[in-house]
Structures are given as structure tokens and as C-alpha cells.
Design a protein around this ligand. Sequence first.
Ligand SMILES: Nc1nc2c(c(=O)[nH]1)N[C@H]1C(S)=C(S)[C@@H](COP(=O)(O)OP(=O)(O)OC[C@H]3O[C@@H](n4cnc5c(=O)[nH]c(N)nc54)[C@H](O)[C@@H]3O)O[C@H]1N2
Ligand SMILES: Nc1nc2c(c(=O)[nH]1)N[C@H]1C(S)=C(S)[C@@H](COP(=O)(O)OP(=O)(O)OC[C@H]3O[C@@H](n4cnc5c(=O)[nH]c(N)nc54)[C@H](O)[C@@H]3O)O[C@H]1N2
Ligand code: SF4
Ligand SMILES: [Mo]
Length: 740
Amino acid sequence: MAKLSDTIPNLVQHFGPTLHSIPSGGWTRNPQDEKLVKTHCCFCGQQCGIQLRVNNNKVVGFEPWETFPFNKGKLCPKGVKRYMQDEHPDRLKMPLQRIEGRGFEPLAWEPAMQRVVSEIRRIQERYGKDAFAVLTGASLTNEKAYLMGKFARVALQTANIDYNGRLCMVSAGAASKKIFGIDRSANPWSDIPKAKVILIAGANVAETAPITTDYLWQARENGAKLIILDPRMTPIARNADLFIPVRPGGDMAIFNGMLHIMIERGWIDREFIAQHTSGFDAVAETVRKYTPDFAAKIAGVPADMIVKVAELWGPAPTSFLLHARGIEHHSKGVDNCIAAINLVVASGRIGREGCGYAMITGQGNGQGGREQGQKCDQLPGSRDISNPEHRKYIAGVWGVPEESIPQKGLSAVPLVEAIHDGRIKGLISICFNPAVSLPDGNFVREALSKLEFYVNIDFFLSESGRYADIVLPGSLMEEDEGTTTNVEGRVILHRKAVSPPGEAREDWKILCDLAGLLGHKERFSYASPKEIFEELRVASKGGTSDYYGMSWERIDENNGMFWPCPEPGHPGTPRLYEGGKFGHPDGKAHFMPVEWRPSAEMPDAEYPIILTTGRVVSHFLSGTQTRRIGALMDQYPQPRCEMHPRLAEQLGVSDGGFVKVESRRGQIVVRALVVKTIRPDTVFVPYHWPLDRSANNCTIRAIDPVSNIPEFKICAVRISKTDQPTDEIAILGVEAGGIR
Ligand SMILES: Nc1nc2c(c(=O)[nH]1)N[C@H]1C(S)=C(S)[C@@H](COP(=O)(O)OP(=O)(O)OC[C@H]3O[C@@H](n4cnc5c(=O)[nH]c(N)nc54)[C@H](O)[C@@H]3O)O[C@H]1N2
Ligand SMILES: Nc1nc2c(c(=O)[nH]1)N[C@H]1C(S)=C(S)[C@@H](COP(=O)(O)OP(=O)(O)OC[C@H]3O[C@@H](n4cnc5c(=O)[nH]c(N)nc54)[C@H](O)[C@@H]3O)O[C@H]1N2
Ligand code: SF4
Ligand SMILES: [Mo]
């Protein structure tokens, strides 16, 4: 059984000697060998085009890729530095096994794989197939995401597979499916500059989708008005025409309040509503009570702001609404998104040039990662695992009896709860770092330490990997090839720039080998990721996310292709819902009424302050990659607790001083960042750090009843001034190990 105490001495050993050094390992630059590889950034859902400069099987730099249409050569600080992680001395190059009391030791591939297979067999024989679970990620390519879904259902026959997009896109996806019938942003980004009003709710665009900022500036040049809803005045909000400093959890009241005014003043498109939608009357009835005063009280903003935002949005000739996790990471995340989409559909401004709606996807393959069947309730092509027709089709593609495909399993948070209470005994995880990224971190780490067997596939030893019995060295994006689907729904191709170092292997090969050893060789005998794509495209045929008409060659020639693309001659579909044709069988958009409700934990006398969590520009997700890049560490070395000067004064805290942030579940000690750009009742802590700097020590395990997304964006905390923790220097030492 894994205990963190076993691994800590080894952890220090693991990080200790590596600071600031790039071992040359006998490598020499070969001037004749230099080449540029056109590919894409490995980080966020923008998936910017980049050219990697490669020499003698190493990425040594980059050049902009100016003809790639999405970013036209532009990159953010992470994209520019991404290649520096490749050479970090922590890169895993051998399988590791954790030995009780000794920590990790290298192991050859064959015994490592044998141990994994025998533990899977032992656990499944003893406790049943579903006692072995799979956690995957949306940074994986489409091919790997597809492979993971098939691996779980065919090779392991476990129902319990879910992915880290469960912490990310699922509220937006569920809302889009309910209203539009399709889970994808509705427009290509080229529609953004054509919109006259742009409303952005809960997205810190400048830091988390930096290239989108450029599209917004183009819109501003064209005279667009910009509206931002965020409890913090984010960089983009400083240039907005209207900034609404909403109280966390209050957005739905604003959306319903806007619709209330739009109906009252005749700013809805009655003809569009009659022809192309259903269910509007129930929504009109629900928003009747959302007067500006009523909505303002819930949202914690002045009532005239609600009138002002309705006056900007209501009569606009064209518009674009974008949102991200700020309104989605809630136990009412789906309803928040529904309220936002109701506004778009009621205005009739969708499905034509300059009229759009988008959820800003997060992870590199945030879009594709949620289509290929690695969700607990899903089969490839965004199919439904409980639909008999869908099951039959996929069983045919996989060549297995339909009955052998498990039914719906547990989603990420309940899955970890099932580990904690002993229903799940074994775990394989790839591209997911639950020890840092799931809410209620102490509970999650306790769960991981209870597993009888845990195998983790990663290129660095993540905080979750430290609980694993076996760690298998997988591949970085530039060490493998495959497709991802960007924020617009554009499927693009990542080219292999270098091969994995040492004995590390491409992720897909590891999975296929494992499936083979488990007795399913013939169904996992792909010669390349391209062959996996060929099967994926057939599996997606007829599903909503239909890739059937695409090929790697077509994707390459066209700088990406938008799904649905149902036939080989089909041009793809950059803009959805043209002519008011929506994705439901009746072709209509289905309005849904939603009522505001309180968040799972509201501030009270004991825990009086709202904690919200999120990101900073220089770090990515659980930080395993960006905390190893020196230039990014220099920009933001440690998490800080953002608070308003008024709150800081009440607490007697000064900028840079230490504070203890405590919730009912856990605590962190971090430095304060005193800024006027945040509501005085709310503090913000970025979550990219582990252990005693992990914002998720404080967050709550409440989830949305429909999407099961965790409520990362609001919980109650108390804050007190405190001294510098004695271990800060040690922790800083570990984390300053970035490559410069
Ligand atoms: N630099 C960087 N970029 C990233 C990532 C990263 O880790 N680092 N991750 C990628 C991923 S996976 C994702 S999901 C995206 C996330 O992208 P975003 O959603 O833009 O990022 P967050 O910081 O999680 O949250 C966005 C904003 O929500 C606000 N907020 C909090 N509560 C509320 C609320 O109740 N209502 C409203 N309206 N706003 C609220 C916060 O103040 C914050 O400014 O970024 C992607 N891009
Ligand atoms: N408090 C709080 N918590 C949050 C959020 C928040 O806003 N606040 N945001 C949530 C969101 S939106 C997200 S998306 C999640 C992200 O949650 P995580 O799952 O933690 O995301 P990553 O940091 O990408 O972790 C993935 C792990 O896989 C590895 N990895 C990355 N790419 C690959 C690959 O191609 N192959 C292999 N083998 N390994 C790979 C990385 O090294 C890392 O160890 O965090 C969520 N957690
Ligand atoms: S915006 Fe996203 S995809 Fe583009 S360079 Fe930055 S992290 Fe990479
Ligand atoms: Mo995300």
C-alpha cells in the first residue's frame, strides 16, 4: 500500500541535484541536421501553431509559424518556453517501482509490465472488473483518448473510466447538448472580430487564452463593445466598456435579469424564437421575477449595472458570448451555462457571420478529449454508452459482443470517493494529476494512499505518481504524433519532432502493449497513431462529432478541419447552426428555464470570506510541466492570495506578508497579494502548486448534479495573518529547479 512518507525522502533525492543544470549527456549539435517541424503548442486549448527547431533528436528552440491561421505566429509565454521542459533532468526515462520504505527504484520494462498485468488480474479476479479504474486526460491526442476508452471497455472491461475534463469542460458541454443538441463552440474565432458586442463571463482571457485577446482587440478596432463578468478586474476587464464585478456564484441572476429586461423592451427576436426554438414561454415565465433589483441583490452588484448590460447586449446587431470556468466550476455550473445560452438564442444572434457563442476550452485537447469515449458515460463520436443503438455500432467497430461493453461508470470525483471507501482497489492513470487538481486535496491524497495497486504513466514524477506502485515513462507531445481538436472545433495535426529519450516510450505503445499482455493483442495491433485515427474516424461516423470525412492528409493540407465532416469530400463545418438549424432531431434549439440557487458552501460567521481559485499566465494546470521551466518560475514562483486592500487592512495583512487560508477541509499558508482589482468579500488563489501550497486543500467536494464538475470557484474560508512557514526555503529550493 502506498504511503506518502515512503516517497518523500526519495522525492528530495529526485529533485535535489537537478537545480539549474542541463546535462549534456554527450549530446552535440549537428549543424547539418537542423530542421523545423511545424506542429502545435502542447498546452492550452488554443493549440497555437509553432515550428520546433530540432537538432540531433533534441528540440533546441522554436520559430513562429506565421501562416497557421489561428495564431498567425503569435505565442504566449508558455508556448515560447514549452520546449525547455524536454531537457529537465527530472524527465522519466525508465520505469520506476516504489519499494516500501525505500522510495522509487528503476526497473526494466518487462518486469514492470508483468507486474502491472498480474496486479490488474489479481484485483479484477478478487474484487470484480469494476474494482480496477482508469483516469485519463484531455491533454492527450484524439488517438490516445480513443485508445483509452477502448482499453478500459475492451481490455479491462471496467465501467470505471473518467478523465480530467470532468474538472473542466463538462458543465459547458452538458448545457450546449441540452440546448443546441451539440457540444462544441458554435463558431470559428474569425467571427469574433465581426461582432459588435462581446460578452465574456468567467474567463480571464488575457492569461488563460492569450491568443483570443488578439481577436478581441480586432473587434474593438471594428467598434465592438466589450463586457466582462468576473469577481476580479482581469487584464482584459481593464479595457472593457462595462466590467461587472459579480459575486462568485451570482452570474445566473445577471443572465436571467438581462433576459427580463430584453423581453420587457422588445429586444428578443420573436420570429427566430417561433421558427427555430422550443420552450421559450417557460423561460419567460421564470425570468419574470428577475427584476434588476432582485438580480442585483443575488449578484452583489448595483442594479443599474444589470440595466446597462442589457442595454448594451439587447439591441446589438451582432454579438458573441464567450465563457469559461468562472461560470462553469460550480455546483450549478450547467444551469449557469444554460442561462447564458438562453440569452444568445433569445436574441437570435447565432449561426451567422459575426453572431456567435463559444465556451473557451481549457486543455490542449479539451474539445477532442471529450468526444472520443474516455468519459464514463460515453462512447466514441460523442455517443451515449447507455443507448443500445450506439453500443451496437461501437461493438461492431471494436469486434466485440455488445454485452461485453460495460455500462456507465463513476465520474472522477465519485470515482475517487469509491477508492477512498474501498470499492475501487486498483488504478491506472495517464495525463491526470488528481493529487493536485481535485478538490479537497487531503481527502484525495488519502484515497490514493489506500489503493492496493496504482500504475501511473507520465513523463515526470507527478505528485499523484508518488503514490503509484509502478510509474511508466510516457511521451511528451513533441515525442509522438496525433491530432487534437482546438477551441474552435478545428482538428489539427501534431507532428513528431523527436523520439522519447532513454527507455521512455510513446504513450499509445505502452497502452497497446498492456492490452496485448492482457490477451487483446489483435484489437490493439496498430502500427501507428495514424492507424488509430483511421479506426477513430469510422467509430465517430454518424455520431455528433463526426470525423469520418477527415484524413491526416486533409487536415494537414487545410491547416485543420472542423467537425462535423461526414464524408471524404465534405469541407468540414466551421460555423454550426447556419440557417437556424440546430443539432436536436427536431432541428430546434431547446430553451430551458433555470433558477438561481446558492452554492454548496456560502460564507458565514465562522468562515466569512469567499475563496475562488484559478490560474496565472505563467503556469499550466497542476504545474508538473511549468514548475520545471525556470523562466516561468521566475515570473510566478509561488501561489499568492489575492485580496482587496480593505480586507487586508481588516486582517492586518500587508502585501507580501504571510496569511493562513483555512476552510473546513484544509489550509494553506501563502503570501498575500494586495490588489484593488478584486471584490473585498472574495480572495483568489491560483492552484498550480502541490502539497501545502495547494489551493485544493481548501476547496469543497461538491459537484454539479448533471455534469459532476467540482465547485472550484466558491467555498468559504477564514484568513489570518501568520509567520513565514519554516519549510518555505526547502520548498522553494525544490521548486526552483526549472530549466533556464
Ligand atoms: N496560463 C494558463 N492558461 C490556461 C490554463 C492554465 O493552467 N494556465 N489552463 C487551461 C485550462 S485547462 C482551462 S480550463 C482554462 C481556464 O480558463 P479560465 O476559466 O479563464 O481560468 P480560471 O482562472 O480558472 O477562471 C477564470 C476567471 O473566473 C473568475 N471567477 C471565479 N468565480 C467566478 C464566478 O462565480 N463568476 C464569474 N463570472 N467569474 C468567476 C476568476 O476570477 C477568473 O478570473 O485555461 C486554459 N489556459
Ligand atoms: N482549485 C482548482 N482546481 C482545479 C481547477 C481550478 O480552476 N481550481 N481547474 C481544473 C481544470 S479546468 C483542469 S483541466 C484540471 C487539470 O487537472 P490535471 O489532471 O492535474 O492536469 P495536468 O496538470 O495536465 O495533469 C496531467 C498530468 O499528466 C501529465 N501529462 C500531460 N500531458 C501528457 C501526455 O501527453 N502524456 C502523458 N503520459 N502524460 C501527460 C502531466 O505531466 C501531469 O502530471 O484541474 C482542475 N483543478
Ligand atoms: S495561448 Fe495556449 S496554445 Fe498558444 S502558446 Fe499559449 S499556452 Fe500555447
Ligand atoms: Mo481545464
